[in-house]
Write a protein that binds this ligand. Sequence first.
Ligand code: TRP
Length: 334
Amino acid sequence: MSTVLTGITTTGSPHLGNYVGAIKPAIQRSKDSGMKSYFFLADHHALIKCWEPERIAQSTKEIAATWLALGLDTDQAYFYRQSDIPEIPELTWLLTCMTAKGLMNRSHAYKAQVDENSKTGEDDPDKGVTMGLFSYPVLMSADILMFNASEVPVGKDQTQHLEMARDIGARFNHHFGEHFVMPKTIVDDNVAVLPGLDGRKMSKSYNNTIPLWLPEKKLRKHIMKIKTNSLEPGEPKDPNDSFVFDIFKAFANEQQINEMKSEFVNGIAWGTAKQQLFEMINTELQVAREKYEELMNNPDIIEAELQKGAARAREYATPFLAKLKAAVGIRSIS
Ligand code: TRP
């Protein structure tokens, strides 16, 4: 049985790119009965780059409500908040003591900050680097190794962290016995990377996102803002060179894609193409949007789901951590 695990850092509001690239395929795969799935809200990771309490709390609520509204089966998948599993920070320490500092020196997230400092002529290369940022890959390793995940679906930018998780896990195994499974990185090229309003990858750091749960009118307004060229209605348009078409493809079935292709060739007006895109996305999200609103208005339901998920996840984490502690020599004296 494969164990799939992935986390989402709770610093922002879910957008269409998260939905298409991560959440939708994850929920889809979790329905496979040969699969054990762990999905969690990485709120300890959020603290690394965000010191805004309200933002973290709100983001946690929104992301949790999103997975639930989209139909995640929380009796099958394990759905929890990282900070509800005290075994994770405890394991983080055991792993920290096994992690070479030199390995962390090579971490992209840390190096990016050092590069930034050198570019801006800072004297201190470590300006703005907290220990949280520096050892972030150890926390991520603990998330993964805690549940012996065999597969970890992530974006390309996270592949180095997975290598580090294997490195750290292997070192622990070497010294203290075979406790951890080596996690495989899953970067799925078939899953769409959605362009944002300006055509670059949709990402909150580019400020080009379409939020997932906009009310209908606002969703339409956002879609109308997607960048196009200035070809007039009636002029043929190239579907392979259009962000509108790229986004359309991520939601449409094959027949709808082919129909839209010929409409492009026939010179569909940009306004009309965008209207059709809006209708397609709106139809797909309509029912879930109502559920989302209902959950956001009933936070007790969300909280109860997370508590249930934490209790289920700890059924595995508590005895496993006890075993790991015993292995390193932290055990009862008698
Ligand atoms: N660092 C990941 C990101 O920024 C989120 C994350 C935290 C994660 N822990 C994880 C992803 C464990 C996969 C597995 O996207």
